[in-house]
Design a protein around this ligand. Structure first.
Ligand SMILES: NC(=O)c1ccc[n+]([C@@H]2O[C@H](COP(=O)([O-])OP(=O)(O)OC[C@H]3O[C@@H](n4cnc5c(N)ncnc54)[C@H](O)[C@@H]3O)[C@@H](O)[C@H]2O)c1
Length: 337
């Protein structure tokens, strides 16, 4: 086993705390070099739980990056602060693993990709759904070819999410905070890029959200397979699983990520309507375990990680093109951005 890389985690809030506890702390690849958060109580609690000495608990990220001797940073602060913290980490020569959404604007994301190249450091985005066993099972099933040509796909996701204060205040709320997973899944599952979108996002009166919590969009892909997407974060009633409900329509049958009678999973239906549940791919590194392993391997092997910053520009562009399409009431091609 190689020596553990030293990781500093920035952000130990609602999500970051769970990531630290369940993924970073038990990771065979990383040891904590320190923790950063504006909240001193959260810092103290993390220090006590993970055995991090007091002089490695920071409220100021610049001091942390200069002092802690870390190889890499995991950025789990709220989304509006991703850019400034990633920029500083790269300037200090650290590799960067950054939560979705990469940044709030394409200009900021491009700036970080350029800076990482200049500094010869990696940026990886935590598009953790790509590493979920179910999503990997779906990808393998789609590639199997038994049902002929893939014609089109449908994806939907409804859930009531009580947004954090920063989520209530941000633009493009559902697109950047939630659809980022599903739109990235389209690119991953179909091994393709999105080339154009016609979409609409909207809000409810008095929702309490500045940015729209509902979205409907049709995506054109390089593979020639259109994908139709409908999603809401104010969907009271039955909640969908986080990965969403998907139907892939082939010439001779359909593939589903859904509950077709034997629990949420991947199902294949042939032209005679025989429905079979796919057995899951074997993975001992589900979700963020897989993300951390890939990030560490990319650093050790001096190569780009899967879901590099550069790759993720195309997911971010698809999301921001959806917002532009809604504003302008027309189809937006991604190369316009
Ligand atoms: N991949 C996933 O499935 C998933 C799930 C949930 C959240 N997230 C992402 O995780 C990120 C964090 O979400 P959350 O729910 O934990 O948010 P949160 O508001 O609960 O916590 C954010 C933390 O960041 C800290 N922070 C903010 N600015 C800072 C700064 N300048 N310096 C140091 N600390 C700072 C805050 O003090 C807070 O503790 C978001 O980007 C969110 O989109 C990803």
């Amino acid at each position: 086993m190689s020596v553990k890389l030293k990781l500093i985690q920035a952000g130990i809030g609602g999500h970051g705390q769970g990531v630290a506890r369940h993924f970073v702390y038990p990771s065979p690849d990383f040891a904590f070099a320190g923790v950063i958060d504006l909240n001193p109580d959260a810092l103290r609690a993390a220090g006590a739980e993970f055995g991090i000495p007091e002089n490695r608990l920071y409220t100021d990220y610049r001091t942390a990056f200069a002092e802690a001797g870390a190889d890499a940073v995991l950025i789990e602060v709220y989304s509006p602060a991703h850019y400034e913290i990633a920029k500083s980490a790269l300037e200090h020569g650290l590799h960067v693993l950054i939560e979705k959404p990469f940044t709030l604007t394409l200009a900021d994301a491009r700036d970080l990709v350029d800076l990482a190249k200049k500094q010869e450091r990696n940026i990886m985005i935590n598009q953790n759904y790509r590493f979920n066993t179910l999503v990997m099972t779906l990808k393998r099933t789609l590639a199997n070819g038994a049902l002929g040509k893939l014609l089109f796909a449908e994806s939907r996701f409804f859930r009531y999410h009580d947004g954090k204060p920063y989520q209530r205040a941000m633009d493009n709320y559902i697109l950047l905070e939630m659809s980022v997973h599903h739109i990235d899944m389209i690119r991953f599952l179909l091994d393709t890029d999105i080339v154009a979108v016609n979409g609409r996002t909207w809000n409810d009166p008095d929702s309490g959200y500045q940015g729209d919590p509902h979205v409907q969009a049709a995506y054109d892909t390089e593979a020639g397979v259109p994908v139709f997407y409908l999603s809401s974060l104010l969907g009271q009633g039955v909640p969908d699983p986080w990965e969403g409900i998907w139907r892939f329509q082939f010439e001779k049958g359909s593939v589903h990520l859904d509950d077709r009678g034997d629990g949420y999973g991947v199902y294949v239906a042939d032209a005679e309507q025989n429905i079979v549940k796919a057995s899951p791919v074997a993975s001992d590194k589900d979700g963020i375990h897989g993300v951390l392993a890939e990030f560490a391997a990319s650093i050790r092997e001096r190569r780009q990680p899967a879901v590099s910053g550069e790759d993720n520009l195309r997911t971010l562009a698809a999301l921001l093109a959806t917002a532009q399409s809604s504003r302008e009431g027309r189809t937006v091609r991604l190369d316009e951005l």
